[in-house]
Write a protein that binds this ligand. Structure first.
Ligand SMILES: Nc1ncnc2c1ncn2[C@@H]1O[C@H](COP(=O)(O)OP(=O)(O)OP(=O)(O)O)[C@@H](O)[C@H]1O
Length: 310
């Protein structure tokens, strides 16, 4: 059973095509990062999975059923991007209300509030909560009923670094228990170790999807070697020039070391040759990060996308 499958899904708001032929799936026990510029179509994709809208074209199946079916929806947890609660109620009263709506046991409520770090604040009114506390209450709401599919839109907004790390640990535990999790975020630094796959959406289309190793292969971005010379930089530069046979490697000097950008397919041959040359004292290898890969796929036009206009 898949948590969801989008097959060739397109969606139009009036005349604007905002999703175009999207294929995406999530399996149980997997965390998928859904990344994209403002207006890329992340929230629209989530709304289709929640069954709040139907696709203009293509098929959306959720937990092997129809998106929006009430039997399916009770197994989905959703944290929207801008979470709002009635300010006069306490955290506990609010969660009790959502538990009744969702048919989740009320006995779960105090335990969930403890889990998200609101144990001491559960009887305080929400109007006294900080932004981060409201975000945690939103997360507790999404976790009601132990969902099989959990979708979180910008879950780390308003959370301090410790609370963010706590959240990622909690998500990892849920993932290990079999929950399928979608994490939509603009905050890429720090998320890399906690996701299994990433999908990069631009202008309503999936540009790339896979685990980090596969995204790096798809991007074919250079790997940076940081090399400390054994006998001075000019001797090392000569060795690099000889080893790369004029393939135009970009070399920068940095604090007595040379930084060399090399294509992944040429990396091992270059390293081998440099080690044989005897000109290498020390060597560090820096692969593109998730953020680098994201910027690569979003492209130089990334800034132009940020207004979200189509
Ligand atoms: N109700 C609507 N009516 C018309 N167009 C809409 C509506 N909601 C969203 N859009 C448009 O659909 C496109 C995709 O929006 P969506 O909210 O899915 O993007 P997103 O990736 O979630 O963006 P963000 O990161 O800014 O939240 C945008 O161009 C947006 O302007």
């Amino acid at each position: 059973m898949s948590c969801f499958r989008l097959e060739n899904v397109s969606y139009r708001y009036d005349k604007a095509l905002v999703l175009n032929g999207v294929d995406l799936r999530l399996e149980p026990g997997e965390i998928l990062g859904l990344f994209g510029h403002n207006g890329a179509g992340k929230t629209t994709s989530i709304k289709l999975i929640l069954g709040l809208m139907t696709p203009t074209q293509g098929r959306v199946s959720v937990l092997d059923g129809e998106a929006g079916n009430s039997h399916i929806s009770q197994h989905i947890g959703y944290l929207p991007e801008n979470v709002m609660f009635y300010p006069q109620l306490t955290g506990r009263e609010i969660l009790n209300h959502f538990a009744r709506l969702k048919g989740a046991p009320l006995s779960q409520v105090p335990q969930l509030l403890e889990q998200v770090g609101l144990g001491d604040a559960m009887n305080a009114r929400v109007k006294t909560y900080s932004k981060g506390m409201r975000q945690r209450l939103g997360l507790a709401q999404a976790l009601l009923g132990k969902p099989k599919l959990l979708m979180l839109d910008e879950p780390t907004v308003g959370l301090d670094p410790v609370a963010t790390a706590d959240l990622y640990r909690l998500l990892r535990r849920l993932r290990n228990e079999g929950t399928g999790i979608v994490l939509c975020s603009h905050v890429l630094p720090g998320v890399e170790p906690y996701i299994d796959r990433a999908a990069i959406l631009t202008d309503g289309a999936v540009k790339a999807v896979g685990d980090l190793a596969s995204l790096r292969r798809q991007a074919n971005m250079p790997v940076t070697l940081s090399i400390e010379p054994a006998n001075g930089t000019s001797a090392l530069e000569k060795a690099i020039a000889g080893a790369s046979a004029g393939s135009g490697l970009i070399i920068k000097k940095d604090d007595g070391r040379l930084q060399v950008d090399v294509r992944p397919s040429e990396k091992m041959a270059l390293i081998q040759s440099l080690l044989n040359s005897g000109e290498v004292q020390d060597l560090g290898i820096y692969q593109p990060t998730l953020e680098d890969v994201y910027v690569h796929f979003i492209g130089a036009g990334g800034l132009a996308h940020r207004g979200g206009g189509q």
